[in-house]
Structures are given as structure tokens and as C-alpha cells.
Design a protein around this ligand. Structure first.
Ligand SMILES: [Zn+2]
Length: 120
């Protein structure tokens, strides 16, 4: 039995800034000068949206067998997956990992995905 990543979805308050559940680091939009800048903490597995990965941790790469792949090669991998980046990051099996999926409402149909896991 695989231990799939636990998912939380934000659909109404999709714009709420996401913080790491383990240390409280605000991973997106913490810099008022540049709200698109990301801040990965030691628990961050990935930060992605429908068109690209912004951040991939070593843990994520090992768990999904992405080690050594360039962003381009990873992109080819998830383009072949059902559900794209969302589907690929649902396959994480690290213990107690948590994923936040924020879906902007129609017509934008734009998702942002954040993954976290406790460290030993
Ligand atoms: Zn953290």
C-alpha cells in the first residue's frame, strides 16, 4: 500500500498566502518588492503551477525518480501524465507529506501546488 501525499485544496480563498505547516515559512509572496519570488524552507518538496516547477527538492526528485533530470525533461515527464503537474505531484509517497493545491476560479483555470514534508 502506498502512502499518498495528503491534499488540501483552496478554491474560494485560492489567493491566500501558503505557509509551511511545519515551520511557518511563507513560501510565496513574502517579498513585498516581488510577490512572485519563492522562499523554500527545509520542508518544501515542490512549488509548481500548471506550466512549470518553480522549485524541486532533492527529496522530491528521489521520491519521484526525477534525479538528474533537467526542468525540460521533468516537463516532458508531466506532460505525459494524466493531470499534468498536479497529477505528477499527487504521486509523492513521502511520510506525512502535505500538498496544498490552490485553484483559481474559471475562466482562469490556473493551479498552484505546494508540497511539504517533515524532516528527520
Ligand atoms: Zn518549513
Amino acid at each position: 500500500m502506498t502512502n499518498a501525499i495528503q491534499r488540501t485544496e483552496l478554491r474560494t480563498f485560492y489567493y491566500t498566502p501558503v505557509h509551511c505547516p511545519f515551520c511557518g515559512t511563507r513560501v510565496m509572496g513574502a517579498d513585498p518588492e516581488d510577490e512572485t519570488r519563492i522562499t523554500a524552507c527545509p520542508h518544501t518538496l515542490f512549488i509548481a503551477h500548471d506550466t512549470a516547477f518553480e522549485y524541486r527538492s532533492v527529496c522530491l526528485d528521489e521520491n519521484l525518480n526525477l534525479t538528474g533530470l533537467s526542468d525540460k525533461e521533468v516537463e516532458e515527464r508531466w506532460l505525459g501524465e494524466k493531470g499534468g503537474v498536479d497529477g505528477l505531484t499527487n504521486q509523492v509517497t513521502l511520510a506525512d507529506a502535505i500538498k496544498v493545491a490552490a485553484y483559481a476560479p474559471y475562466p482562469s483555470a490556473y493551479g498552484s501546488y505546494y508540497g511539504f514534508a517533515p524532516t528527520e
